[in-house]
Design a binder for this molecule. Structure first.
Ligand SMILES: [Zn+2]
Length: 489
């Protein structure tokens, strides 16, 4: 990034016109009055160039064209005085990928939502379903779990419940899954998703075979590890060793999802191991969500016998998502049969804080709202980071908080999807995915009891230059979201 310093102003260090070098095309300046949208007088924060200045943005044809202290005019003008103008937030772990979820994501400041952990068995169809009718930019991986379910005809939904959980794969089934991964990557999948805890019968060899396919094209593997918690021999440490070694053996980049919900009190050790692997040039990244409770399906293998010991919790730490009730041995048995989402209050707050404070950790939601029910992370993660952990608890600076939810997730995806070089930053040529918020007001409002609540303080959101939130109100009937696709040959 080159920045040309125009002049120093009181109250901010410099006014700069910013050019990206590799990431963005910097050739397309217009005259000063022909923009589609101008954003005036906001505090523009760009985590790549470290720009943090009161300045103006000119947007045309879905991209940022100009950053300038000069007066500019456009067809639409947004007065951002007193507000922060940031790159649109990027959620690299979002399961809910429908209009209901997209509404809440946009009101949490998110402009790109990616389903990478579970993924899909049919990449083409997944994109087709959202083509032209998506509020947000969206993308998906090809998933080992859904492929295993398809190959083994498992009748489960979000997670498998039958053969895909309990049956070791035959050689023929492993070949079918490998072919499925290869095909999904060719169709534009953003890497390969794994939920190893949901498929305990998948052997280490099976997983290594999947990593090998990803490694051939350096497609990232996004992994929910095989074990969580502290009980030997099947701890989160063993689980991390499995996938770091698979990455080292095959060359597939590794991304460890929701680290606190598997590491619990051992999370600092997990982060230490990841840093040590990185220092040996293994490409490993990691994410967490900013909450002290987990959520998944109660009928899945996560709650197979031994969960209390493994996770260090008991029945009363579980909350039934549909009603908010705390569970007992009896209600646990009943719901395990009927199936559904359960929330587990299992992550110590000091672990959440120390993980968020760690500069290598991306923040992502793992969100999934269904008819208004679910975990509040699906609707409040991003405002919570900037309200609770930046403003109130001062665990992160504002620009660092923004970096964790914009530039860092974009950089994780850039290898497989070069178009992500135009997201997660504000510079000439960047996609005009922009979130404008009030730094004094921004906060999540979703709770475990009432997850379907919009975050507060998100004032304007632009997706590809189209204003979809205006004066804090969602604008109906706009579908500017585009597909984010991988480019493996
Ligand atoms: Zn997971």
């Amino acid at each position: 990034m080159k920045s040309k310093i125009l002049k120093a102003l009181p109250g901010c260090l410099f006014i700069t016109v910013s050019f990206c070098n590799q990431s963005c095309d910097n050739s397309s300046f217009g005259s000063l009055n022909d923009f589609d949208v101008v954003i005036l007088n906001g505090r523009v924060i760009d985590p790549e160039s470290n720009l943090d200045a009161m300045t103006n943005l000119g947007i045309r044809d879905g991209a940022v064209q100009l950053i300038t202290a000069k007066d500019i005019r456009g067809l639409t003008s947004i007065d951002a005085r007193g507000l922060v103008v940031a790159p649109g937030f990027i959620d690299i772990h979002q399961h809910g990928q429908d209009p209901e979820n997209y509404k809440y994501k946009i009101m949490d400041g998110v402009t790109t939502v990616l389903e990478l952990e579970m993924g899909t068995s049919d990449v083409d169809n997944w994109y087709k379903e959202r083509d032209g009718n998506a509020l947000l930019n969206h993308g998906v991986s090809v998933g080992h779990v859904p492929l295993r379910m398809k190959v083994m005809s498992d009748p489960g939904g979000f997670a498998p419940v039958s053969d895909a959980v309990y049956k070791p794969a035959t050689d023929e089934e492993i070949i079918q899954m490998k072919e499925g991964i290869e095909k999904g990557l060719k169709q534009g999948g953003l890497g390969v998703g794994f939920g190893l805890m949901y498929t305990p019968a998948a052997t280490r060899w099976e997983i290594l075979e999947m990593f090998r396919v990803a490694g051939k094209s350096e497609a990232p593997c996004y992994v929910h590890m095989r074990y969580g918690g502290l009980k030997e021999p099947n701890t989160c440490i063993t689980a991390l060793e499995e996938v770091i070694s698979a990455s080292a053996i095959t060359g597939a980049p590794l991304h460890v999802v929701h680290v606190t919900s598997l590491g619990f009190g051992y999370t600092p050790r997990i982060l230490q191991m990841i840093k040590e692997a990185r220092s040996r040039s293994i490409d490993v990244t990691v994410e967490c969500y900013p909450y002290t409770a987990t959520q998944t399906t109660i009928e899945s293998a996560v709650y197979n016998e031994g969960w209390q010991e493994a996770f260090g919790i008991s029945y009363s730490d579980l909350q039934w998502a549909e009603t908010g009730e705390r569970l007992t041995a009896e209600s646990f048995a009943k719901y395990r049969k009927s199936g559904g989402m359960v929330i587990a209050h299992s992550i110590p707050e000091d672990v959440v804080k120390s993980t968020i404070a760690d500069p290598i950790v991306i923040i992502a939601s793992d969100g999934m709202l269904s008819e208004g029910r679910g975990h509040p992370r699906g609707t409040g993660t991003f405002a919570r980071v900037l309200g609770k952990y930046v403003r109130e608890e001062k665990i992160l600076s504002l620009s660092e908080g923004i970096r964790r939810i914009t530039l860092m997730p974009a950089e994780r995806l850039e290898g497989i999807a070069p178009m992500m070089k135009r997201k997660g930053r504000i510079c000439a040529g960047a996609d005009a995915d922009i979130t404008i918020f009030d730094p004094d007001q921004i906060i999540d409002q979703a709770t475990y009891e009432e997850p379907a609540k919009y975050s507060r303080g998100i004032k304007y959101v632009l997706v590809n230059g189209i204003t979809v939130v205006k004066d804090g109100q969602l604008q109906d009937g706009k579908f500017p979201g585009k597909a984010v696709r991988g480019t493996v040959n």
